[in-house]
Design a protein around this ligand. Sequence first.
Ligand code: MEV
Length: 405
Amino acid sequence: MSKFAVSSSRIPGFYKLDIPKRRELLQTRLELEDDSLTALDSGGLDSATCDQMIENVVGRYSLPFGIGLNFRINNHDMLLPMVIEEPSVVAAASNAARMIREGGGFFADVSAPIMIGQIQLLNLADPDKACAQIQQRDSEILGLAAKHCASLVRRGGGPVGLRSRILSRPSDPDGGMVVVHLLIDVCDAMGANLVNTAAEGVAQTLADITGGAIGLRILSNLAAERTVTVRATIPNAMLATKGQHDGETVRDAIVSASRFAELDPYRAATHNKGIMNGVDAVLMATANDWRSAEAGAHAYASQGGRYRPLAVWTAVDDALRGEMTIPMAVGTVGGALQVHRAAQLSLKILGSTAASDLAAASAAAGLACNLAALRALATEGIQRGHMALHSRIVERANKNNEDSP
Ligand code: MEV
């Protein structure tokens, strides 16, 4: 697959077309020679495959698949596959991405794909000594971990570090307890299975070295070593609302809305929910584990002892500047992607099979949704746009009820 397949993610009037016309345009824009768009007819999965994926299967469940337009990320245009049941998220993301491209687009720094495997050691008589013993033998332990993820090592990844932390002392009610973090570069995988296998593989050795008992061995969803920082700058003029609020007024109102989230965890939760509207939609479209992303994002937002907004917006000269850092444990290989044709199509739409590009795109979708929500909330309120779309669904539901015998 060519990297960054689209020359432009601007497709004016896309929303006005019917579904076959949109598909035709997408086919041309992506230069697709195959029939991969037909994956969307079945939602990407047949019943037999579903039956292999989970237990007690009785059928399949569909959600709308839309395209986030106007995204420009690290100087490349990208179309974003988005799967979500909530009206107005795709439109809001596309609209915000259009404003952001006027300021040069999104700029994303994606960290190395380092996941954390946790090994809990219990009943330690001397936790400080246990940490020192682990440190002394870290290359041996990392070597052992590498044997438990040999295919990953062949792909250029594998264990890269070991860190120990004391969680409680022998005199505490929980006894002497240490957690060992096994850091693993998982390349383009989400990495849960790889990390869990390696964590289980070194646990006995850690217990033997320290004289402790083995507790849990599992990855941490607080993927604090695997993050994306995404930034965007929007000229004030782009923020103006038709005939109502000038750009500077809207910019200042968005900055104030962002401060509200910084000062109040009740608001920060909703602010971050709006971000996850965009992130999760891209993760759903690519068959990624969005629950893991959710857990990681909210735990990350709480680091430092207070729940905070993941994205903040500030005034810079005649512009608005947004910045967000978010853990992003996403994969473009393995997992459900192997069998899900619509998820495979999503990577074609994105134009990349690199997990780092998917991470950047998901974070950009999150920041775009946040900007769109704050701009609406800080001006006319969210309900007008929301309810217009909502009423389409109510109308349709009423029609379905009337039509049913
Ligand atoms: C709704 O899904 C998301 C918002 O509540 C986000 C926000 O308030 O920032 C609109």
